[in-house]
Design a protein around this ligand. Structure first.
Ligand SMILES: *Cc1c(COP(=O)(O)O)cnc(C)c1O
Length: 463
């Protein structure tokens, strides 16, 4: 790796520019266990290792940028969710967070079910041997062709999202001589983000059928009448990156209220309730996520209590974590290309990827951490912004972070907690090639999704 001299970064003296950061950490080489995958550490030379493989070796063998996924960590997290909820509940991994055939096989082996929301995700799941009855099909606008495929394959449930879809799925199932198990996704008027939630009477969004105004009750009425459908439960998903359980409390209260009304009107006790996903992970040291067993205990208690109050048998609970399983298991490995100190502001560090491999910062103003991983450094900390190589000034990977001031081109940086919604949302902006996903385990590394090539790009461009 080359290392060229460059002017020293701006000193962060008394006044630091605006941003989301606290004081620089005492030791920039220290790794906060919360944000890194389980098997990550540093070797004697300060080089980051994961699954017993050093990042310098990974960069040499697979190039940068690359997503590096800790397979043991993925399996451990999947298993922790499975174990926490036990045999009387179901855990559906939300495939949209990151889906590949290797991941489907791991989930299958660890006893999890799988959520898909497009024909592409369904095809991936089936091609890797996930049994159809353990697949749930979501989405607010599934095409007729997608529904046809899902019903023919025998998916375990389709989550109905509109009045049109109730009829559409019933019709397709009937034409195939099937009775399709379905849930109805309702919106309960809870919007949850990170540390806050808002409970309202209405919800202004594209997903689900509103509980408000009796629409959800009407949807149940119609679904119960249609021969092609077997209504097995009610579904609610309230947000993402949630730490506070009180939003789920309000949601469960309202969903159980609907189950009670359904029992009173139709004499039917629907056997399942799905509380969705959205559980938060640590992107930076400021985040304190809960453990799966705490979440399982809280959710089970809430539903049980609400059902006792409504004199209902407690339904079978399912949850759909995506981010909370895969998010912490991967980091993105980048090589530094340029280091540009702006006096009195911060140092812009350009890496060889950017918004094409991580759109979350530009899209949601997401926060990430970052570390120098190809060596240790005891240089002074400098306030840095890690940016990509795209033609867009919003192309920021890590908005505010402290990095060692001797950072130089050729150094490797890693951004932890990029397992969810990074590869799955990756684009070809600027005709940049999407990075590979490399899985590491027990001293071995293997590509599970290969790097795109210019040939791949040109193959789509038929001229
Ligand atoms: C996105 C989504 C999830 C997963 O959300 P995470 O934040 O990744 O846990 C689960 N269920 C539904 C219906 C979703 O749309």
């Amino acid at each position: 790796m080359s290392r060229s001299a460059h002017p020293a970064g701006p000193r962060h003296a008394d006044v630091l520019p605006e941003g989301h950061y606290s004081a620089p950490p005492a030791d920039l080489n220290a790794l906060d266990r919360k944000v890194w995958a389980q098997t990550v550490g540093r070797d004697g030379d300060g080089v980051l290792t994961v699954g017993g493989v050093s990042v310098t070796r990974l960069a040499e063998e697979f190039g940068t940028p690359a997503y590096v996924l800790d397979e043991d960590d993925f399996r451990a997290r999947a298993r922790a969710w499975r174990t926490a909820f036990g045999p009387d509940a179901d855990v559906f991994y939300a495939g949209k967070a990151f889906l590949s055939r290797a991941v489907v096989r791991w989930l299958n082996e660890e006893g999890l079910n799988l959520d898909v929301c497009s024909g592409g995700e369904l095809a991936t799941a089936l091609s890797a041997g996930m049994p159809a009855e353990r697949i749930a099909f979501h989405g607010n606008n599934k095409s007729v062709e997608e529904i046809h495929r899902a019903v023919s394959a025998g998916v375990g449930r389709i989550v109905l999202d509109s009045f049109q879809e109730i009829v559409r799925v019933a019709h397709i199932a009937q034409s195939l001589g099937r009775r399709q198990p379905v849930q109805i996704r309702i919106t309960v008027g809870v919007e949850a983000h990170t540390h806050e939630f808002i409970a309202t009477a209405h919800e202004d969004q594209k997903f689900g059928i509103p509980l408000a105004g009796g629409q959800a009750a009407e949807a149940v009425r119609r679904a119960l009448q249609l021969d092609g459908l077997e209504l097995i439960g009610i579904h609610s998903h309230i947000g993402s990156q949630i730490f506070d359980m009180s939003g789920f409390e309000v949601a469960a209260h309202r969903v159980v209220g609907l189950l009670r009304d359904v029992r009173d009107e139709h004499g039917v006790e629907l056997p399942e309730i799905d509380l969705g996903g959205g559980l938060g992970i640590a992107y930076t040291s400021d985040d304190d996520p809960r453990e799966p067993h705490e979440i399982a205990k809280a959710l089970t208690e809430i539903v049980t209590r609400e059902c006792e109050a409504a004199r209902l048998r407690t339904p079978r609970i399912s949850v759909e974590p995506g981010r909370a399983i895969v998010g912490p298991t991967a980091f993105t490995l980048y090589e530094v290309g340029t280091v540009k100190p702006l006096d009195g502001l911060r140092t812009y560090v350009s890496v060889d990827g950017g918004m094409s491999d991580n759109i979350r910062t530009a899209l949601y103003d997401a926060e990430y951490s970052v570390a120098l991983v190809s060596r240790a450094s005891d240089a002074e900390p400098m306030l840095a912004r890690v940016v990509g190589k795209h033609c867009e000034s919003g192309d920021i990977v890590v908005k505010d972070a402290f990095l060692p001031s001797d950072l130089a081109p050729g150094d490797l940086l890693a951004v932890p907690a990029t397992g969810a919604y990074c590869r799955s949302m990756a684009s070809n902006y600027n005709h940049v090639l999407r990075p590979p996903v490399v899985a590491v385990r027990d001293g071995e590394a293997r590509v599970i999704v290969r790097r795109e090539t210019e040939e791949d790009l040109l193959r789509l461009d038929v001229g």
